[in-house]
Design a protein around this ligand. Sequence first.
Ligand SMILES: CSC[C@@H](O)[C@@H](O)C(=O)COP(=O)(O)O
Length: 334
Amino acid sequence: MDRTVDWAGELDGAIVIVDQCALPGSYRTSRIDTVDELIDAIQRLAVRGAPALGAAGALGVVLAARDADSASARRQAERIASARPTAVNLRWGVERALAALPHGAEAVLAEGRALLAEDERVNRAASANAAELVLRRCGRQPLRLLTHCNTGALATVAWGTALGVVWHLHAEGLVEEVLADETRPLLQGARLTAWELARAGVPYRVLPDSAAASAMAAGLVDCVLVGADRIAANGDVANKIGTYPLAISAARHGIPFVVVAPSSTVDETLASGSGIEIEQRAADEVTHSGGVRVTPEGARAYNPAFDVTPAELVTAVVTEHGVRSPEKTVRAQL
Ligand SMILES: CSC[C@@H](O)[C@@H](O)C(=O)COP(=O)(O)O
């Protein structure tokens, strides 16, 4: 697979993304030449997942910097950073690239390229740390792992975060099965996680999000692994809608609930998760399925893209630096 987000060519080149709206039906890459095209791709979720958004944001600043003077490049950069509000990585990537702007567009491109290379290194390290923790908690045996949304290579530049743990464990023959939540309403689990697991030859089943608690009650889950879009200083975790109920169910059943993310997902400026802005998405993602209306005409929808899991329900937040302050959380005692 290509990198999920990359830069093709020299300064006159373009961003190239793996188009996640086309998967799993077809694998194709698309070229992004302008800031407007990038914002559209981000909002349609053609590029998505917190670390991938960070990379896309940084490369978006290259587009802005080569086509405009510094003041308007900064205005374009702000438009990119606010294209989606919840994943802190998007603004982080934009700001990191902007720091190079005084040195010119070539310097911005060099910074973007450095961030891309770092993304894979950092996520491999975070997921290796988490794999070690999971084996310590669950025992060195083939494990049944439940995951939500898509946290694989498609959600990063390459490799993945929570799904990266699966890649590490599978390489050692330590994955019995992955249960992949379908992840309503946009089906990142059914479409993208299942696609990645199938390609990697990992045994998996897709389940409705609403079946996760009963899978835990039936003893089918050894550990829950999820990613994050923003982690507050106190360890509260914003992630794809449906993560919070998973954490409640995991706590009820005494199952470890592990969050895997690069440290760029931690927002130390926010004391707690109550300060995290949650993206609200269009009603038709809920009122329609595959373009066909499934609700009565005029039905309204509640469609937050993310929820916040309180730190006390999280066994551990694991980054490339290791386990983040587990003693602060109640579930760390598991
Ligand atoms: C490694 S990705 C972590 C999160 O970004 C992921 O779990 C998630 O919630 C993605 O949401 P999405 O709306 O698909 O961008």
